[in-house]
Design a protein around this ligand. Structure first.
Ligand SMILES: [Zn+2]
Length: 140
């Protein structure tokens, strides 16, 4: 399970991710998850400027705006998120190649089974993707 990093995604944020993925399908949706101490508090939805079903690129201006907002709210970037509209929640070779940010979780929401979305998180160390724990739902 990697270095013991984990991430908690509450029901509201989880629903936002599913909604974004469904809206953008068959293209990949993308965005940034920010929060405190591994708990996601905000989802910044980004435009996939690739407009592709197999890869994504975030729009730099949107990223800058998100980073500025995070700073104002005292949030940290926890994960880079994207959807896989038709494939499993696994890091593709290209996903791994483009995962150049250390200490960042790469989260993928799969709509392979449209009725049952799957959210997984990975960290990439030395070109290898290791799954990290992602807790979803509201636990008190
Ligand atoms: Zn991918």
């Amino acid at each position: 399970m990697g270095l013991g990093i984990m991430m908690k995604v509450g029901e509201d944020i989880y629903e936002e991710l599913v909604e974004a993925a469904r809206e953008d399908a068959p293209l990949e949706a993308c965005g940034i998850l920010a929060g405190v101490d591994g708990v996601v508090e905000k989802f910044y939805r980004m435009t996939n400027s690739d407009a592709s079903a197999e890869h994504y690129t975030m729009v730099p201006e949107e990223q800058f705006a998100a980073v500025k907002d995070m700073r104002e709210l005292g949030l940290t970037m926890l994960a880079v998120w994207h959807s896989h509209p038709a494939t499993p929640a696994r890091m593709s070779e290209e996903d791994i190649k483009l995962a150049y940010m250390p200490e960042t979780i790469y989260a993928i929401l799969s709509l392979e089974n449209p009725a049952e979305p799957v959210l997984k998180g990975f960290e990439v160390v030395d070109g290898e993707a290791n799954e990290v724990e992602v807790e979803t739902g509201n636990r008190q």
